[in-house]
Design a binder for this molecule. Sequence first.
Ligand SMILES: [Zn+2]
Length: 203
Amino acid sequence: MVSGSSTAMQSSVLALNRSFVAVHVVPVRRAICLLWKGMAEVISVENGSFLTYDLPSWLEVSELRAEFDEFEEHDDLLQSVNFVVQVPRVIRLLNYERVPRNVVKFSRRNVFLRDEYRCQYCDRKYSHSRLSLDHVMPRSRGGGNTWENIVTACLDCNVRKGGRTPKEAGMKLLSEPSRPHRNPVLTHQLNSRKYSSWKNFVR
Ligand SMILES: [Zn+2]
């Protein structure tokens, strides 16, 4: 039975294809499973070089780091009575050649992430439950569900704007909405220290 802090289990792992191209972001559980089956290896960025480990050698390295107290503040650990394993940040899929289509799925969550959970009218940050999607050009006037016409708005601003255009409502958009070039989940995580090693693989 493996346990870890909830942050450890909730962290994400960047999956590269055989040719070191970033193709997916997977949950830790999935990454460990792929490593366990020998379908992936750990890529660790250490002092600027990329080192690769299969699961047994990664377990060994984790043990050593634990023994010498070498973990850093932003490292996540999974622990059981018998072992400790550092959560890998990047894995490489050994049998996966494909390159993903570079199309970001249009979804509520991805719009919030693109806008960094910030109301595009009042510039305040809110939690998921206090945000809504606003049609810049109202639906009643043919405004579509597109990256270019949907923005994150807090509930107050959304009500205030009603079925009007920003101009009619006297409200100003923070920026012109557009389709993100990369997965907003990635953009979001690249900003955190924990996932800084991803920068080596994601442009
Ligand atoms: Zn607002």
